[in-house]
Design a protein around this ligand. Structure first.
Ligand code: AMP
Ligand code: MG
Length: 499
């Protein structure tokens, strides 16, 4: 007789379905006519305790396509609301995704298993509930790259071509992405409950979130205020990590910000090339609300929306609740700056002995030089790492790739940086290497491999995916992937909400 684990390899424990009845719609995925497995994340399958060979078998592909449900699955569409570009939409929700269930991974962590693109749900509004292949592959690739940088993120377990066409401006191949995240609870989930169901429902959700993501707060004197502080802390850290690799999320609406502090909803995201705080690539972000350099401020704005939903829980007296919440929201810039400084120290190879203000100034002056010289963000930082590893003259003068020999301002900055570094420190160098990736998913390379994939050639996509798994390692065979895009590409590059 097979052991229970073999008979039911996906052991679900569906806490959201249990704890939040009434705030989701039980729903079934639409079958895909001719599912074909395109990507399978074997390492992630292993982490989840799943048998990758089973997932790659016809039965497994049927699971990944939503054509067959594993025992214990309780597919549901989560309800949520959200502030989109500053405007409240009271009714969003999973319009093209279904939470299939929750798994406990090998490390004892609870992970949502979601099918994205599995058809219409009660929250689809005018959408078709489908996912086009290109955006699905893009989400997979960028999620894996972020995970390889050590940035908290949702990840994809698989992409299956559905065998049907989806209609956007024209017909495109459709796909189903299996997404794994600590949870898919968003600021917008709190907003939904506050707007439609009131404080008791918000408390139910907050309790669920504390048990799931912030168990240390269980016994706090005011767990709801501490929850706000804890979510703010994780988002402050997350945005600092984004800034460190030049990532622009692109659509930081409150419904796209996860309470767990993971990056979710890879839609119009992109990476900056030359350093520019006002860099925007999203076709719908006309005012630059979600520009690279705006992201911390927007995270704070979003957290204020979360705070509003928690006010009745924080204190029965509204004035006191508001004052307490405002204090937390006002702490955010300082908390974020702390994470940012720590990230910048790693990138510049600095210890923690220097004065914070001096190190911040050193970093700010470096960014001013990057901007003035229009230097490539990723490669300029990597040159700093290379110089820090080198000895003698290569260490003492800025390389020609960064500055002309008569650029006195640059040379002066270089001296300050060198003086601050004092002696060679292997631990700092190792950190510097990780913090200054040799490879990021450059926009033009991502687009090129997606184009090939959509014409049936997955080889370039798979090659890039593999390279992105070791972003800190210089890979001589991949210098094309590490080169900046032609300027003409970057000035006209536009991204779209994952459709
Ligand atoms: P997004 O901007 O991708 O985060 O999506 C915002 C909202 O639109 C969410 O509620 C999505 O579920 C919904 N949505 C986006 N695309 C579709 C689609 N093709 N079909 C149904 N709902 C969609
Ligand atoms: Mg979204």
């Amino acid at each position: 007789m097979p052991s229970p684990a073999t008979a039911n390899p996906l052991r679900f424990d569906n806490s959201y379905a249990r704890d939040l009845q009434g705030h989701y719609a039980l729903w079934q995925p639409e079958p895909a006519p001719a599912p074909r497995l395109l990507c399978l994340n074997r390492a992630l399958a292993d982490e989840l305790g799943l048998d990758a060979d089973m997932l790659a078998s016809p039965d497994g592909i049927d699971l990944l396509a939503g054509n067959r449900l594993p025992p214990g699955a309780e597919p549901l569409a989560q309800a949520y609301a959200g502030h989109q570009f500053g405007h409240f939409s009271p009714q969003l929700g999973d319009g093209r995704a279904l939470l299939i269930g929750e798994l406990i991974d090998r490390h004892g962590q609870r992970r949502d298993l979601v099918l994205k693109g599995s058809g219409r749900t009660p929250f689809s509004r005018n959408g078709d509930g489908k996912y086009a292949l290109g955006p699905a592959l893009r989400e997979y690739l960028i999620g894996e790259a972020m995970a390889a940088h050590g940035i908290p993120t949702s990840r994809a377990l698989a992409v299956v071509a559905s065998g049907e066409q989806v209609w956007r401006q024209h017909a495109l191949p459709g796909a189903i992405l299996t997404r794994v995240a600590a949870s898919h609870i968003r600021i917008g989930t709190f907003e939904y409950l506050a707007a439609h169901h009131g404080p008791d429902s918000v408390r139910r959700l907050a309790k669920h979130v504390i048990a799931r993501h912030y168990p240390a707060l269980h016994d706090a004197a005011n767990p709801w205020l501490e929850l706000l502080r804890a979510v703010a802390d994780r988002q402050a850290a997350l945005v600092a990590r984004w800034l460190g690799v030049g990532f622009i999320h692109g659509v930081m609406n409150t419904d796209n910000m996860a309470i767990s502090g993971e990056t979710i909803d890879y839609g119009p995201c992109a990476f900056i090339e030359s350093y520019a705080p006002d860099a925007v690539f999203s076709s719908i972000d006309r005012d630059g609300r979600y520009a690279y350099g705006q992201q911390a401020e927007i995270a704070q704005w979003n957290l204020a929306r979360l705070a509003e939903t928690l006010l009745p829980l924080i204190d029965t007296e509204q004035k006191r609740a508001v004052q307490a919440a405002i204090r937390v929201i006002e702490e955010f810039p300082g908390v974020h700056r702390g994470y940012w400084l720590s990230m910048m120290r790693d990138k510049l190879g600095l210890d923690t002995q220097g004065r914070a203000d001096d190190d911040r100034q050193l970093a700010d002056d470096w960014f001013a030089l990057l901007q003035r010289r229009q230097l490539d963000f990723t490669n300029a930082f990597r040159h700093l790492y290379d110089a820090a590893c080198a000895s003698g003259i290569e260490r003492d003068q800025p390389p020609a790739s960064l500055a002309a020999s008569d650029d006195n301002e640059f040379a002066a900055w270089w001296q300050r940086w060198r003086n601050r570094q004092m002696q060679r420190d292997e631990i700092l160098l190792a950190r510097m290497c990780q913090a200054n990736p040799w490879l990021i998913p450059r926009n033009h390379r991502v687009e090129a491999v997606l184009e090939a994939a959509q014409t049936g050639d997955l080889a370039p996509y798979n090659d890039l995916l593999e390279r992105l798994r070791a972003p800190a390692t210089e890979q001589p065979a991949a210098t094309d992937d590490a080169r900046p895009a032609p300027a003409a590409f970057t000035t006209t590059y536009r991204t779209f909400c994952g459709t």
